[in-house]
Design a protein around this ligand. Structure first.
Ligand code: FES
Length: 125
């Protein structure tokens, strides 16, 4: 069996929602101390709905695929739903990640939660 699923390879080769949002309502940046990879998420929020989301990931292929899939999973969703996104859901949507690459999907979960926290702090929610 191939190490990475078709979906992982697809999102790694053609990542969705790469970039920055200049006037983002919430920004989250997280890193993994062991591998040194960094992920940054930008959220545009209107009426508690995620209208737009973009990311920059300086990291491995699994981290890029995880961030891409995570943005797809929360785009257009209510904030409350996005806040519940787990790394497991991201990995499952990618048809799985090797065990030793699961921490890459954790980075995506943490980056989104951190961006939501930033939004809440800035908007006194
Ligand atoms: Fe660090 Fe993938 S190896 S995020």
């Amino acid at each position: 069996m191939a190490l990475y699923s078709e979906k992982v390879m697809d999102h790694f080769r053609n990542p969705r929602n790469v970039g920055i949002i200049e006037d983002a309502d919430g920004i989250g940046e997280v890193g993994n101390a062991k591998c040194g990879d960094i992920m940054k998420m930008y959220l545009k929020i209107e009426d508690d709905i995620i209208k737009d989301v973009k990311f920059e990931t300086f990291g491995c292929g699994s981290a890029i695929a995880s961030s891409s899939m995570a943005t797809e999973l929360i785009k257009g969703k209510p904030l409350s739903e996005a806040a519940e996104l787990t790394n497991k859901a991201v990995a499952e949507a990618l048809d799985g990640l090797p065990d030793y690459k699961m921490h890459c999907s954790v980075l995506a979960e943490e980056a989104i939660h951190s961006a939501i926290d930033d939004y809440k702090k800035k908007h006194n929610k």
